[in-house]
Design a protein around this ligand. Sequence first.
Ligand SMILES: Cc1cc2nc3c(=O)[nH]c(=O)nc-3n(C[C@H](O)[C@H](O)[C@H](O)COP(=O)(O)OP(=O)(O)OC[C@H]3O[C@@H](n4cnc5c(N)ncnc54)[C@H](O)[C@@H]3O)c2cc1C
Length: 120
Amino acid sequence: MADALLAQDILDGAAVRDRPNLFVIGIFDRRITFYSQQVRALSLVHALKELGYLHANPRIAVVGGGAAGVTAAAAAALVTGSQVVLFESADALLPLQSTTDRRRLDPHITIGRRTTRPIP
Ligand SMILES: Cc1cc2nc3c(=O)[nH]c(=O)nc-3n(C[C@H](O)[C@H](O)[C@H](O)COP(=O)(O)OP(=O)(O)OC[C@H]3O[C@@H](n4cnc5c(N)ncnc54)[C@H](O)[C@@H]3O)c2cc1C
């Protein structure tokens, strides 16, 4: 079994070279699903908190209101109690999911190769 990632590994994997305090979620990774992006977003915020980046009254901006950005922004707001600014270029959050004919998060959303059973 692979070793669990340490907080520093997560930050190293998300950091942008020569841009201190700028992190990306999943851009350099191969498997991108709604679930994987949410896990990455929560892992990043947890790592930032653990390594002391989210000190008192941090100024936090998140660019992109998709699965990753919305999750990261919500998590950052929860763990810091600070206001988080979320920038989204579309008219609404989660625009990629807005075309589903059932609801925003389709009940048949797939996780990896497995399609989930409809959520009631
Ligand atoms: C047709 C299709 C079907 C899919 N089906 C599934 C599925 O069944 N199950 C599943 O798990 N995944 C599915 N996916 C993948 C899933 O949509 C992605 O994994 C998920 O959307 C990734 O989330 P994200 O936040 O990383 O990126 P995105 O959802 O792409 O969000 C990025 C956001 O950033 C915004 N943005 C970009 N540039 C800027 C800027 N300069 N300023 C402000 N905002 C900006 C965009 O408008 C967008 O809202 C599907 C994708 C597609 C295209």
